[in-house]
Design a protein around this ligand. Sequence first.
Ligand code: DP6
Length: 327
Amino acid sequence: MHSGKARAYTNIALIKYWGKADQAFILPMNNSLSLTLDAFYTETEVVFSEDYTEDRFYLDGHLQDAKATEKISMFLDLVRQKADSKLFAKVASRNFVPTAAGLASSASGLAALAGAAAEALDLSLTPQELSRLARRGSGSACRSIYGGFAEWQKGDSDETSYAEAIPSEGFAEELSMIFVVVNDQQKDISSRDGMQRTVETSAFYQGWLDTVPTDLSKAKKAIQKKDFQALGEVTEASALKMHGTTLAAQPPFTYWSAESMKAMSLVRQLRQEGLPCYFTMDAGPNVKVLVQKTHEKQVLQKLAEQFSREQLIVAHAGPAIQILPKE
Ligand code: DP6
């Protein structure tokens, strides 16, 4: 029997990953930059054994159906291939999220699976190799190998596409991200399908790609200088541009809901009132508000005037992936 267990934290992109150059290897069209957060994580244990006759996948204690298990099996095949193993596995994952508001993330899930499976089969991967492996499960997962800020270098092959930590000398620890969990869920288009449709059909997609390098260097400079305003401005601009591409896709779509717009307007209004804060959004209607810890309470209080306290979740910079002791 070979077992491994890992805990990985989710990350939110400040400069977004949006579009693939290669679907099978998950090579992105552009570099992205993220902040790993402490409030959401996944713990996964993987046990490979001669006794098993198939892969089994348990999520939060419940055995998953064939469709969900197939995705896990396809990922495990990559690990089995690397380790030259034919053993089936039992995978048990637990998502730790502050509410049941659909915030489970593929980034923490696939990073934890990669870490646990690699540990179980003694692959002894470097962080860079683990990042490459996690990328094969879900692109954004490659950034969850690191704590704090990380940049995913798009590369142009399986070997050259991985994330790296961006040291920030304590700047990441000065930040908070407040999740505004909105209730009016839009019809779901997964990030995978949404980005593919955009790459293939959106008239705005080239415009997105053209501005990423400048945004990325602005973000890295802002981190280096610990310039919150500059980081916030480019974070918001990147999210708006990413979401702009979806409106010109065929058929067009948006992840924004009325409640998302309410949250975004409020953030703009708070800025006008002199409270520095900026928003970002991913492939869903929730809004994430970037703020300095020093202003966290004030911004939270203002948000709580328009959203219930249960809709607001505060996160801070989170740690790198952890390999946990075997049970
Ligand atoms: C909008 O990593 O979920 O959150 O690689 O197809 O699994 P796949 O997509 P995923 O996409 C994340 C998209 C995003 C932006 C980001 O996290 O950079």
